[in-house]
Design a binder for this molecule. Structure first.
Ligand SMILES: [Zn+2]
Length: 187
């Protein structure tokens, strides 16, 4: 492993913008799909069952005719045993899939849905274009489903396949506004 990366993974230095350590920043999350305006409040998951019309909860979003599920997109970090950069993001799915997922969610049986086509509904990194075609793989035991980018020539697909190095990872964190100088130097 890159010795600088190895040091950063265990460093207690904190990002000047948010107070997170480098290791903590390996898990970033988007609280809503990009298309959903910031003034739609995030509610408890029960709201999706209790209401009709537009609603945003921790794991679900109904917005006009659009439907979204909370998902993760993982990018392995090259030359490490199993470190990953995990983006908490949103998968755009059909109304039918959304309804099926809701039915199975409380039973913790969403894994039965298998793998389904979906759209990555946050631009990763920001301003990179989209939405991007993906496969959404269900996972057991109430874990978030995982997105795998389907467009093989896309940067994100390459990163998921081959992993990213330290420089690219730092570029990601910078694009999300984190203060690299406070994390990297004297790491
Ligand atoms: Zn920060």
């Amino acid at each position: 492993m890159d010795p600088l990366l190895a040091r950063m993974l265990t460093s207690s230095r904190q990002c000047r913008c948010c107070g997170a350590t480098f290791a903590e920043l390996l898990s970033l999350s988007c609280d809503r799909p990009d298309i959903v305006p910031a003034d739609l409040p995030v509610q408890d998951n029960t709201a999706v069952f209790a209401t009709e019309g537009d609603v945003l909860t921790e794991d679900f979003c109904r917005f006009g005719s659009l439907r979204f599920l909370r998902a993760v997109l993982a990018i392995p970090i090259a030359d490490t045993a199993d470190e990953e950069f995990i983006l908490g993001t949103w998968a755009g799915v059909s109304e039918e899939v959304f309804d099926d997922y809701l039915d199975l969610f409380e039973l913790r049986e969403t894994e039965g849905l298998g793998s389904l086509p979906a759209w990555l509904s946050n631009q990763i990194p920001p301003e990179s274009g989209g939405p991007l075609a993906c496969m959404l793989h269900m996972r057991p035991e109430g874990q978030y489903p995982e997105l795998q980018v389907s467009e093989v020539n896309h940067d994100l697909a390459r990163m998921q396949e081959l992993g990213i190095g330290l420089e690219e990872l730092l570029g990601f964190l910078h694009s999300y506004g984190h203060d690299l100088a406070s994390l990297v130097y004297d790491a």
